[in-house]
Write a protein that binds this ligand. Structure first.
Ligand SMILES: *[C@@H]1O[C@H](CO)[C@@H](O)[C@H](O)[C@H]1NC(C)=O
Ligand SMILES: *[C@@H]1O[C@H](CO)[C@@H](O)[C@H](O)[C@H]1NC(C)=O
Ligand SMILES: *[C@@H]1O[C@H](CO)[C@@H](O)[C@H](O)[C@H]1NC(C)=O
Length: 293
């Protein structure tokens, strides 16, 4: 669904993909660079990506891009605190560039930090606190609507950014027409990407409101099952035990699977995998395995 949406919107999109990457053949340098941001290993790719993104992006008046030029900011979200910190860092970097998004009151609060070097600014707890405080109203308006699914589901790694984007579509749907959204993606690798989408109100079935309806995020979140930690532990142990294993059949109980789901039924002695599909009308099939090797 999401892929279709991006495609449907590409026509009207300003899509910048500045990539930050370091040659994987230079592992020593990489380690040194990581080591220079010990406490901020998680936010280190944000600033280089921003530093690329901002000067290369002009708003409609030809001015340098600032936080005021986008309606929403969507972040890779291992956990929400990091999203808050990352956004606060963007606010500080707007301040350093004297961008229009920073009002007089905010300027006053951030001025004591204006002489910090880059490294010092990463180390400063006080700056972290003050910039989060200054960023709060902007965070509420531009970031909060993107946080629902990552907060509810936890870290999804690659999917995390797109789950945040889905949250925004769910929360704002057709209000997003004509709005610019900045997305920031990075993984545990060495690539960070900041890019910008401008959303258009597509035609049915690709209208923003229909996409939100079809995604049906509330129902999906509500249909999750709650388990005790003991059961969770048992499940994880089973998974660990079977990982890369052979010669086992899986539990016949597929009551928790959504209708239409393909599921593993068996791995035989030659590591061949067998699957079945839960019928769309509910009950589990029994026996008709297809070889999905
Ligand atoms: C910052 O921007 C304001 C107006 O946006 C301008 O009056 C002021 O001179 C700028 N300050 C610096 C240090 O560039
Ligand atoms: C959007 O999110 C806000 C909280 O961030 C919530 O109060 C509001 O009800 C949500 N709106 C929709 C349509 O989900
Ligand atoms: C599947 O078959 C087994 C025995 O062949 C039976 O005990 C079980 O109830 C069946 N499960 C379903 C969901 O039909």
């Amino acid at each position: 669904m999401l892929l279709l949406l991006l495609k449907a919107n590409l026509g009207g999109v300003t899509c910048l993909m500045p990539m930050i990457s370091i040659s994987p053949t230079l592992p020593v340098n990489i380690r040194l660079w990581m080591a220079s941001f010990p406490k901020h290993a998680t936010s280190w790719p944000l600033i280089p990506a921003t530093n690329y993104f901002v000067p290369s992006t002009r708003n409609q008046q030809g001015k340098q891009f600032s936080l005021s030029d986008a309606a929403y900011f969507v972040f890779h979200s291992p956990y929400n605190k990091l999203v808050q910190k990352s956004f606060a860092r963007l606010v500080f970097s707007d301040f350093v560039r004297n961008a229009s998004s920073i009002d007089e009151a905010a300027k006053e609060k951030l001025t004591p930090f204006s002489t910090l070097s880059g490294d010092e600014s990463y180390q400063s707890r006080d700056l972290e606190k003050v910039s989060q405080q200054v960023a709060k109203p902007l965070y509420e308006a531009k970031v909060q609507p993107t946080t629902l699914v990552p907060k509810q589901v936890g870290n999804m790694y690659t999917a995390s950014l797109y789950a945040a984007f889905v949250s925004l579509l769910h929360n704002k749907s057709s209000e997003l027409a004509g709005k610019r959204v900045i997305l920031f993606s990075y993984g545990s690798g060495l690539t960070a990407t900041m890019f910008s989408l401008k959303l258009n109100e597509g035609q049915h079935p690709f209208s923003l409101s229909n996409i939100a309806t079809v995604m049906d995020v509330s129902t999906k979140l509500k249909s999750r099952h709650e388990f005790s930690t003991v059961k969770f532990d048992e499940t994880m142990q089973l998974m660990e035990h079977r990982y890369g294993g052979k010669d086992f059949v899986t539990s016949k109980d597929c009551s928790l699977l959504a209708p239409g789901t393909y599921y593993l039924t068996e791995v035989d002695s030659m590591y061949r995998r067998f699957y079945a599909k839960k019928p769309v009308d509910g009950a589990c099939e029994n026996g008709s395995h297809s070889n999905g090797h």
